[in-house]
Design a protein around this ligand. Structure first.
Ligand SMILES: [Zn+2]
Length: 426
C-alpha cells in the first residue's frame, strides 16, 4: 500500500504535509517526500486525509460490552454487587467471545489498533483478537477471597500457565499475555508476592487497578498501614513492568514510588467521572516523570470504548482542573493515547508512524462536516474528530476497517449473537 500527498501526524503531534507513506510486510517501509521504487498493490491519494498512529487503549475489559447500559447512575458498591458481579457469575466462554468481538469492532471503528485487557475466559478473548486482526495484551485477572488458598490453588494459576505456554507472542506477536492481579483489595499480599515471582519467571508484564477510589486508599491504610502502591512495592509487583489503572487517589509519595519504578499509569477519566471516583492528578504525575497512557475502562462504566472521546475528555479535564488552557496541549494528549500506551504494552515498535515500525495506523478524512476546515489537523484530531471521520483502521499493515465496513468481522452476526447471549444471561 502506498499513500501519496498525505499529512502525517506523529505520536507527539509533529505534522508533515505532502508525504508519501509506504506499507509492506506489516511495517512502514517508507516515509518521505519521494515516490519510492517498488510494486504497490494499491496506491491511495492521501490529499484531504491524515495518517495518525492507531490509538492504544491502555485499560479495558472488552467482554463487558455485554453489560453496556446494564447499570448506571448507581453507587459503586451497588453497581458492582447488584449488577456486575451477578451478571459475571453467569458468563461463559461463548458470551465472552461474542462480547469481545463486539468491543473489538467498536474499537476498530473508532481508530484503536491495540488494547490492554483484564478479564477471565481469556482463551475466548484471544480467539476474538486473533480472528479480528487487532492486537492486545490479554491480562488474566486474579483475585482471591478465600483465606485458605494460595496463588497455586487458584484457577487463575493453571489458566495463566496454559495461556503463557500457548499464546505468548501468538498471531505474529499481536497477542501478548499479561498477569493481572485485580487490585490490592481483592488480593492478599502473600498472593501478590507469588504473582510477582510467577510473572518474573515467565517474563510477563503486570496489569493492576490501583487507588481507583478514596475508599480503596483508606481501607488499604487501615488493613496494612500502607497505601495500595506501597503494598504493591513490598510484594515485589513493582519490580516488573507494570501498567496501573486509575491512580486517582495516590499520594505524592506514591507518585515518587511509581516514577522510580517506571510504572505506567493508565488514566481512565470518563470511567472515573461516571463512577464518581474523582479526577487523577495527571499533570503532577507527568511532572514527577510518570508515563501516563490512556484507557477507556469497560463499556459497563464508560459506556463506550471510544478513544476520541477519551482523549478529548483527558485534555479538557487537565485544562479545567489546572485553570490553565495551556495544560495538556493536543500533541501531549495524542502521545498519551498512542505511543505511551504501546510502550506500556512492551511494544516498542508500535504506536508511531516511523519507518520500520509496525504499520498500525488510522486514516482520517478531513472533508467531513465535523472536522472541516483544517487550520490545524492536530487540533481537529484531538478536539473535533470522532469515529465517523475514520476512513480506515490498519493493524500490522492489514486493513481491518474501511469506509464503514469490517474486513474480518461479520458485524450483523456479532450483534445478533450478543443479543442472544444477553437475553440468556439477564
Ligand atoms: Zn478496570
Amino acid at each position: 500500500m502506498l499513500f501519496k500527498n498525505i499529512t502525517v501526524i506523529h505520536a507527539d503531534g509533529t505534522r508533515l504535509d505532502n508525504m508519501t507513506v509506504g506499507v509492506g510486510d506489516g511495517r512502514f517501509t517508507y516515509i518521505g517526500r519521494d515516490v519510492p521504487e517498488g510494486e504497490w498493490r494499491e496506491i491511495i491519494d492521501g490529499s484531504q486525509k491524515l495518517i495518525m498512529p492507531g490509538f492504544v487503549n491502555a485499560h479495558t475489559h472488552v467482554p463487558m460490552t455485554l453489560m453496556r447500559g446494564y447499570g448506571d447512575d448507581m453507587p459503586l458498591e451497588r453497581w458492582l454487587f447488584d449488577r456486575i458481579f451477578p451478571f459475571e457469575d453467569k458468563l461463559d466462554g461463548n458470551a465472552v467471545y461474542w462480547g469481545s468481538l463486539l468491543g473489538i469492532a467498536e474499537m476498530l471503528a473508532c481508530g484503536t489498533t491495540s488494547f490492554s485487557d483484564m478479564y477471565y475466559f481469556c482463551e475466548s478473548i484471544i480467539k476474538a483478537v486473533t480472528q479480528s486482526g487487532i492486537k492486545a495484551n490479554i491480562g488474566r485477572g486474579i483475585s482471591c477471597f478465600d483465606h485458605t488458598k494460595s496463588f497455586r490453588d487458584l484457577p487463575a494459576y493453571n489458566e495463566l500457565t496454559h495461556l503463557i505456554g500457548s499464546f505468548q507472542g501468538a498471531a505474529d506477536g499481536r497477542v501478548l499475555v499479561d498477569v493481572a492481579p485485580h487490585s490490592e483489595y481483592t488480593t492478599r499480599p502473600d498472593i501478590l508476592s507469588d504473582i510477582a515471582e510467577f510473572a518474573a519467571e515467565h517474563k510477563a508484564r503486570i496489569q493492576v487497578h490501583l487507588s481507583e477510589t478514596q475508599k480503596e486508599q483508606l481501607e488499604s491504610t487501615g488493613r496494612h498501614g500502607k497505601t495500595p502502591a506501597s503494598v504493591m512495592l513490598d510484594s515485589g509487583i513493582l519490580e516488573l513492568p507494570v501498567t496501573a489503572a486509575h491512580c486517582v487517589w495516590i499520594t505524592d509519595l506514591d507518585m515518587e514510588l511509581l516514577a522510580e519504578k517506571k510504572v505506567t499509569v493508565a488514566h481512565c477519566p470518563q470511567s472515573n467521572l461516571k463512577l464518581g471516583s474523582g479526577i487523577a492528578r495527571i499533570a503532577k504525575m507527568r511532572q514527577s516523570g510518570i508515563r501516563v497512557a490512556l484507557g477507556t475502562d469497560s463499556a459497563a462504566s464508560n459506556n463506550n470504548l471510544d478513544m476520541f472521546q477519551e482523549v478529548k475528555t483527558a485534555a479538557l479535564l487537565a485544562k479545567g482542573v489546572s485553570h490553565d488552557p495551556c495544560e495538556m496541549p493536543a500533541g501531549e494528549a495524542l502521545y498519551m493515547a498512542t505511543r505511551a500506551g504501546a510502550l506500556s504494552q512492551g511494544r516498542h515498535d508500535c504506536g508511531d508512524i516511523i519507518q520500520g515500525n509496525r504499520a498500525d495506523f488510522v486514516i482520517l478524512n478531513t472533508r467531513r462536516p465535523g472536522i472541516a476546515p483544517c487550520h490545524n489537523p492536530l487540533s481537529n484530531l484531538i478536539y473535533a474528530a470522532g469515529a465517523g471521520d475514520v476512513e480506515m483502521t490498519v493493524v500490522d499493515g492489514r486493513i481491518l476497517y474501511r469506509n464503514g465496513a469490517f474486513t474480518t468481522l461479520d458485524i450483523e452476526r456479532i450483534i445478533y449473537e450478543v443479543d442472544r447471549c444477553v437475553k440468556a444471561l439477564v
